[in-house]
Design a protein around this ligand. Structure first.
Ligand code: MN
Length: 257
Protein backbone atom coordinates (compact mmCIF):
# COMPACT_ATOMS: atom_id res chain seq x y z
CA UNK A 1 0.00 0.00 0.00
CA UNK A 2 1.37 3.44 -0.80
CA UNK A 3 1.75 5.84 2.13
CA UNK A 4 -0.96 8.11 0.75
CA UNK A 5 -3.43 5.23 0.52
CA UNK A 6 -2.81 4.06 4.07
CA UNK A 7 -5.59 5.15 6.40
CA UNK A 8 -4.46 7.06 9.44
CA UNK A 9 -4.30 4.91 12.54
CA UNK A 10 -7.45 5.21 14.64
CA UNK A 11 -5.94 4.08 17.91
CA UNK A 12 -2.54 3.81 19.53
CA UNK A 13 -1.21 2.35 22.76
CA UNK A 14 2.06 2.00 24.63
CA UNK A 15 2.39 -1.08 26.78
CA UNK A 16 4.93 -2.28 29.33
CA UNK A 17 5.00 -6.07 29.66
CA UNK A 18 6.56 -7.45 32.85
CA UNK A 19 7.52 -10.96 33.86
CA UNK A 20 9.84 -13.48 32.26
CA UNK A 21 9.59 -11.77 28.88
CA UNK A 22 13.19 -11.26 27.70
CA UNK A 23 15.17 -14.08 26.11
CA UNK A 24 11.99 -16.03 25.31
CA UNK A 25 11.27 -14.89 21.75
CA UNK A 26 8.81 -12.23 22.87
CA UNK A 27 9.85 -9.55 20.38
CA UNK A 28 9.75 -11.87 17.36
CA UNK A 29 6.38 -13.31 18.40
CA UNK A 30 4.98 -9.79 18.86
CA UNK A 31 6.30 -8.83 15.42
CA UNK A 32 4.59 -11.83 13.81
CA UNK A 33 1.28 -11.12 15.58
CA UNK A 34 1.46 -7.43 14.66
CA UNK A 35 1.96 -8.32 11.00
CA UNK A 36 -0.98 -10.74 11.10
CA UNK A 37 -3.14 -7.98 12.56
CA UNK A 38 -1.83 -5.27 10.23
CA UNK A 39 -0.86 -2.93 13.07
CA UNK A 40 2.16 -0.60 13.06
CA UNK A 41 4.66 0.41 15.73
CA UNK A 42 7.56 -1.27 17.47
CA UNK A 43 8.66 -3.65 20.20
CA UNK A 44 11.85 -3.40 22.22
CA UNK A 45 13.45 -4.85 25.34
CA UNK A 46 13.43 -2.42 28.24
CA UNK A 47 16.34 -1.79 30.62
CA UNK A 48 14.85 -3.70 33.56
CA UNK A 49 13.82 -7.01 31.97
CA UNK A 50 10.53 -5.70 30.61
CA UNK A 51 9.27 -5.52 27.02
CA UNK A 52 7.99 -2.19 25.68
CA UNK A 53 5.49 -2.03 22.81
CA UNK A 54 4.05 0.81 20.73
CA UNK A 55 1.09 -0.28 18.61
CA UNK A 56 -1.25 1.70 16.37
CA UNK A 57 -3.94 0.86 13.85
CA UNK A 58 -7.61 -0.05 13.80
CA UNK A 59 -9.24 -0.08 17.23
CA UNK A 60 -10.02 -3.85 17.23
CA UNK A 61 -6.56 -4.77 15.90
CA UNK A 62 -4.81 -2.69 18.56
CA UNK A 63 -6.99 -4.37 21.20
CA UNK A 64 -6.11 -7.79 19.76
CA UNK A 65 -2.38 -7.10 20.02
CA UNK A 66 -2.81 -6.03 23.65
CA UNK A 67 -4.63 -9.34 24.27
CA UNK A 68 -1.68 -11.18 22.73
CA UNK A 69 0.75 -9.37 25.05
CA UNK A 70 -0.98 -10.89 28.09
CA UNK A 71 0.16 -14.35 26.94
CA UNK A 72 3.15 -13.76 24.66
CA UNK A 73 4.99 -16.74 23.16
CA UNK A 74 4.84 -20.14 24.92
CA UNK A 75 8.14 -19.69 26.82
CA UNK A 76 7.10 -16.34 28.32
CA UNK A 77 5.61 -15.84 31.78
CA UNK A 78 3.70 -12.55 31.75
CA UNK A 79 3.11 -11.04 35.19
CA UNK A 80 1.34 -7.95 33.93
CA UNK A 81 0.66 -5.63 31.02
CA UNK A 82 0.40 -1.89 31.65
CA UNK A 83 -1.15 -0.24 28.59
CA UNK A 84 -1.44 3.50 28.11
CA UNK A 85 -3.41 5.25 25.39
CA UNK A 86 -1.23 7.54 23.27
CA UNK A 87 -1.57 9.47 20.04
CA UNK A 88 -0.90 7.67 16.74
CA UNK A 89 2.52 8.68 15.40
CA UNK A 90 2.11 7.63 11.76
CA UNK A 91 4.28 4.51 11.78
CA UNK A 92 4.49 2.73 8.43
CA UNK A 93 6.02 -0.51 9.73
CA UNK A 94 6.11 -2.72 12.79
CA UNK A 95 9.75 -3.03 13.79
CA UNK A 96 11.89 -4.65 16.43
CA UNK A 97 13.86 -1.80 18.01
CA UNK A 98 17.14 -1.89 19.86
CA UNK A 99 18.75 -4.47 17.59
CA UNK A 100 21.74 -3.70 15.34
CA UNK A 101 20.97 -3.28 11.65
CA UNK A 102 24.63 -3.43 10.68
CA UNK A 103 27.90 -1.63 11.15
CA UNK A 104 28.86 1.99 10.80
CA UNK A 105 32.19 3.69 10.36
CA UNK A 106 33.43 7.28 10.27
CA UNK A 107 36.70 7.73 8.39
CA UNK A 108 38.56 11.02 8.65
CA UNK A 109 39.85 11.72 5.17
CA UNK A 110 42.37 14.29 4.03
CA UNK A 111 41.90 14.64 0.27
CA UNK A 112 41.60 17.84 -1.76
CA UNK A 113 39.33 18.89 1.07
CA UNK A 114 39.42 17.58 4.62
CA UNK A 115 36.23 15.75 5.65
CA UNK A 116 34.79 12.84 7.57
CA UNK A 117 33.07 10.00 5.69
CA UNK A 118 30.04 8.64 7.57
CA UNK A 119 29.09 5.19 6.29
CA UNK A 120 26.10 3.06 7.31
CA UNK A 121 25.66 -0.57 6.28
CA UNK A 122 22.40 -0.91 4.33
CA UNK A 123 21.58 -4.02 2.30
CA UNK A 124 25.18 -5.14 1.96
CA UNK A 125 26.80 -1.82 1.02
CA UNK A 126 28.02 1.18 2.98
CA UNK A 127 25.78 4.16 2.22
CA UNK A 128 28.12 7.15 2.52
CA UNK A 129 28.10 10.88 3.27
CA UNK A 130 31.05 13.29 3.30
CA UNK A 131 30.73 15.57 6.33
CA UNK A 132 33.14 18.54 6.01
CA UNK A 133 33.02 19.57 9.68
CA UNK A 134 32.54 16.05 11.00
CA UNK A 135 29.79 14.72 13.23
CA UNK A 136 28.80 16.41 16.48
CA UNK A 137 27.20 15.30 19.74
CA UNK A 138 25.69 18.79 20.15
CA UNK A 139 22.02 18.74 19.02
CA UNK A 140 22.33 22.41 18.04
CA UNK A 141 25.03 21.60 15.45
CA UNK A 142 23.56 20.88 12.02
CA UNK A 143 26.35 19.40 9.92
CA UNK A 144 26.29 19.43 6.13
CA UNK A 145 26.58 15.86 4.81
CA UNK A 146 27.03 15.43 1.06
CA UNK A 147 25.89 12.05 -0.21
CA UNK A 148 28.71 10.22 -1.98
CA UNK A 149 28.81 6.86 -3.78
CA UNK A 150 28.26 3.65 -1.79
CA UNK A 151 31.41 1.92 -0.60
CA UNK A 152 32.15 -1.77 -0.08
CA UNK A 153 32.22 -3.09 3.48
CA UNK A 154 35.85 -4.09 2.86
CA UNK A 155 36.81 -0.38 2.82
CA UNK A 156 35.63 0.08 6.44
CA UNK A 157 38.96 -1.02 7.90
CA UNK A 158 41.12 1.06 5.57
CA UNK A 159 43.54 3.37 7.32
CA UNK A 160 46.73 4.78 5.85
CA UNK A 161 48.23 7.33 3.50
CA UNK A 162 46.15 7.95 0.39
CA UNK A 163 47.21 10.24 -2.43
CA UNK A 164 48.56 13.45 -0.93
CA UNK A 165 46.60 12.85 2.27
CA UNK A 166 45.29 9.89 4.17
CA UNK A 167 42.51 8.16 6.05
CA UNK A 168 42.02 7.10 9.66
CA UNK A 169 39.19 5.09 11.16
CA UNK A 170 37.88 7.83 13.44
CA UNK A 171 34.97 5.84 14.88
CA UNK A 172 33.17 2.57 14.30
CA UNK A 173 30.55 0.29 15.79
CA UNK A 174 27.03 -0.91 15.12
CA UNK A 175 23.84 1.07 14.54
CA UNK A 176 20.09 0.66 14.88
CA UNK A 177 17.60 1.84 12.31
CA UNK A 178 14.82 3.98 13.74
CA UNK A 179 11.99 6.20 12.61
CA UNK A 180 8.47 5.54 11.44
CA UNK A 181 9.41 4.45 7.90
CA UNK A 182 11.24 1.21 7.04
CA UNK A 183 14.78 1.42 5.68
CA UNK A 184 16.00 1.85 2.97
CA UNK A 185 12.78 3.68 2.04
CA UNK A 186 13.50 6.18 4.81
CA UNK A 187 16.73 7.12 3.02
CA UNK A 188 14.96 7.25 -0.34
CA UNK A 189 12.41 9.66 1.16
CA UNK A 190 15.14 11.81 2.67
CA UNK A 191 14.63 11.42 6.42
CA UNK A 192 16.41 8.70 8.35
CA UNK A 193 16.72 8.29 12.11
CA UNK A 194 19.28 5.94 13.63
CA UNK A 195 21.14 5.12 16.83
CA UNK A 196 24.92 4.77 16.82
CA UNK A 197 26.85 2.48 19.16
CA UNK A 198 30.38 3.68 18.48
CA UNK A 199 33.38 4.42 20.65
CA UNK A 200 32.88 8.19 20.29
CA UNK A 201 29.47 8.60 18.67
CA UNK A 202 26.55 7.24 20.66
CA UNK A 203 22.82 7.77 20.74
CA UNK A 204 20.27 8.98 18.23
CA UNK A 205 21.06 10.89 15.05
CA UNK A 206 19.01 12.07 12.08
CA UNK A 207 19.91 12.60 8.45
CA UNK A 208 17.57 15.03 6.67
CA UNK A 209 17.92 15.61 2.93
CA UNK A 210 17.79 19.31 2.08
CA UNK A 211 18.73 19.30 -1.61
CA UNK A 212 18.28 16.59 -4.23
CA UNK A 213 20.20 16.20 -7.47
CA UNK A 214 23.43 14.53 -8.53
CA UNK A 215 25.14 15.35 -5.22
CA UNK A 216 22.32 15.32 -2.68
CA UNK A 217 22.87 17.45 0.39
CA UNK A 218 21.75 16.35 3.84
CA UNK A 219 22.02 17.65 7.38
CA UNK A 220 23.41 15.36 10.08
CA UNK A 221 21.99 16.24 13.50
CA UNK A 222 22.39 14.67 16.94
CA UNK A 223 19.02 13.94 18.53
CA UNK A 224 18.37 15.08 22.08
CA UNK A 225 18.96 12.10 24.35
CA UNK A 226 21.22 10.98 27.17
CA UNK A 227 24.20 10.81 24.82
CA UNK A 228 23.84 14.42 23.63
CA UNK A 229 26.63 16.82 24.71
CA UNK A 230 25.64 20.44 24.25
CA UNK A 231 28.58 22.70 23.44
CA UNK A 232 30.93 19.82 22.79
CA UNK A 233 33.06 19.30 19.67
CA UNK A 234 33.89 15.61 19.57
CA UNK A 235 36.11 15.78 16.47
CA UNK A 236 38.44 18.22 18.29
CA UNK A 237 38.24 16.47 21.65
CA UNK A 238 38.85 12.98 20.24
CA UNK A 239 40.99 13.32 17.10
CA UNK A 240 42.62 9.90 17.29
CA UNK A 241 42.03 6.75 15.26
CA UNK A 242 40.05 4.10 17.14
CA UNK A 243 42.27 1.49 15.45
CA UNK A 244 45.82 2.81 15.88
CA UNK A 245 45.45 5.76 18.24
CA UNK A 246 47.24 7.95 15.68
CA UNK A 247 45.83 11.23 14.49
CA UNK A 248 45.50 11.88 10.77
CA UNK A 249 48.35 14.43 11.02
CA UNK A 250 50.62 11.84 12.64
CA UNK A 251 49.71 9.25 10.06
CA UNK A 252 50.49 11.51 7.13
CA UNK A 253 53.70 12.88 8.68
CA UNK A 254 52.17 16.22 9.69
CA UNK A 255 51.40 17.12 6.08
CA UNK A 256 47.93 17.95 7.28
CA UNK A 257 46.69 19.51 10.43
MN1 MN B 1 36.19 10.73 1.54
Amino acid sequence: MSPSARPKAAAAARATVRGRVQGVGFRDATLRRARELGVMGWVRNGPDGEVLVHVEGDVPAVAELLVFLHDGPPAAVVDGVEPETVKPEGHEQFAVRGVPAGVFVVQEHQATAHHYDLRLEVDGVMRSWAVPKGPSLDPAAKRLAVQVPDHALAHNTFEGPLGDGGVIVWDRGTYEQGGRVPWPEALDRGHAVFVLHGEKLRGGFALQRTRDGPKPQWLLVKRRDQEARSGSDVVTERPESVVSGATLAELTGDQVG
